[in-house]
Design a protein around this ligand. Structure first.
Ligand code: SF4
Length: 101
């Protein structure tokens, strides 16, 4: 599972803290491999999300990532989760429809 977060508040709790973490995601979030995940998050999800948040980042204009150094940058913490060490702590529910970006 690949997550890219601005401040890290969401990914931090996914890694450690709550006893149970449940992720609900649409089928549109499923990709072939890590390369495709990085490409999707940088060149699709982040630009459209930056635009939604009215950030002043170059991707709002181009629609793809320019690895900006903007103070409005939303891409700061990449987290790749391979598994949870605590059995039963994590659960991923895939919904058979497109949800979010
Ligand atoms: S690094 Fe900057 S340009 Fe690239 S997707 Fe994130 S906010 Fe947009």
């Amino acid at each position: 599972m690949v997550n890219l977060d601005g401040t890290g508040n969401r990914v931090a709790a996914m890694i450690f803290g709550p006893k149970k973490v449940i992720v609900v995601a649409g089928k549109n979030k499923i990709v072939k491999d890590l390369d495709e995940a990085y490409n999707r998050v940088r060149n699709y999800a982040s630009p459209i999300n930056a635009k939604r948040l009215n950030r002043r980042t170059p991707c709002c204009e181009t629609g793809y990532c320019l690895d900006c150094n903007s103070s409005d940058r939303i891409c700061n913490h990449y987290v790749v989760t391979y598994r949870q060490n605590v059995k039963g702590r994590g659960m991923v529910i895939i919904v058979k429809e497109d949800l979010g970006y």
